[in-house]
Design a protein around this ligand. Structure first.
Ligand code: BTN
Length: 249
């Protein structure tokens, strides 16, 4: 069931309430404290986009395999965009990109019970009809900018939920390889060199080779070696906005 509320702090916080059950969705018109990844805030003007959280209970999924849930959510958005004629890609771990611009972000949070997941919240902010953005944002876009027309937000929401449940059914059926294959195939910059930054500030170029089932990004460095990075161990940089490594322009 979709709970359409006027406002909350963050739909991910609201979704923690025990009255929401597996398959429910909380959709808020306004978040006073919307949260992004890496401690960022998520700002969304009222009435133009959608901010929602889906509540799922993948109790069959061992905690070390939780990246499969990330794949489910990211692929569902790619599938939904495709229904509207928009070719989106997944910037590891779960940003939705159209071209080199970000159209949606996700904040996925899990509660564990024993060795397995108990309750997972997929919080999604999808830019739909917004055409002007805060200039401090590095590279935002929206479905309207990508497609040159406006969209019915509720229809898009329902489309996203349908695809989320379809991808979740794939996970429930145990098709790990299928999810893994589809996620890799839709990765932003797959096989292409890109600029990255390590936590100590070191910049380097590497080619995206894929992702491990446990979520580590696999990068082929220029010397031919393959390295694997966890979420906090490396950062994609936005070319043109972020600094270039010495010798690169
Ligand atoms: C990111 O790109 O950093 C993730 C952004 C996630 C934003 C969504 S909006 C709905 C849900 N509620 C939140 O507070 N955050 C997520």
């Amino acid at each position: 069931m979709i709970y359409h509320i006027r406002q909350t702090t963050s739909t991910n916080d609201e979704a923690r309430d025990a009255r929401y059950r597996h398959g429910d969705v909380v959709w808020a018109e306004w978040q006073s404290a919307g949260r992004g990844q890496r401690g960022h805030t998520w700002l969304c003007p009222e009435g133009l986009n959608i901010t929602f959280s889906a509540i799922l209970e993948p109790t069959f999924l061992p905690a070390p395999e939780q990246f499969l849930f990330t794949e489910v959510a990211a692929l569902a958005l790619v599938d939904a965009m495709r229904d509207y004629g928009i070719e989106a890609r997944i910037k590891w771990t779960n940003d939705l990109y159209v071209g080199d611009c970000k159209c949606a972000g996700m904040l996925i949070e899990h509660d564990l019970r024993g060795a397995n997941l108990a309750r997972s919240i997929a919080g999604i902010g999808l830019n739909i009809n917004q055409r002007e953005f805060d200039p401090s944002l590095p590279n935002p876009t929206s479905m309207a900018l990508a497609a040159g027309r406006e969209f019915d937000r509720e229809e898009v929401l329902r489309c996203c939920i349908d695809h989320l449940m379809a991808r979740y059914a794939q996970l429930e059926a145990g098709d790990r390889e299928g999810l893994q294959r589809d996620y890799r195939a839709r990765m932003y910059r797959l096989g292409e060199r890109h600029l990255f930054r390590l936590p100590d500030g070191t910049l380097f170029q590497a080619a995206v080779e894929g992702v491990r089932p446990t979520g580590e990004l696999q990068l082929r460095h220029d010397d031919g070696t393959l390295h694997e990075y966890l979420f906090r161990q490396v950062e994609f940089l936005i070319e043109g906005r972020d600094p270039q490594p010495a010798g690169e322009h």
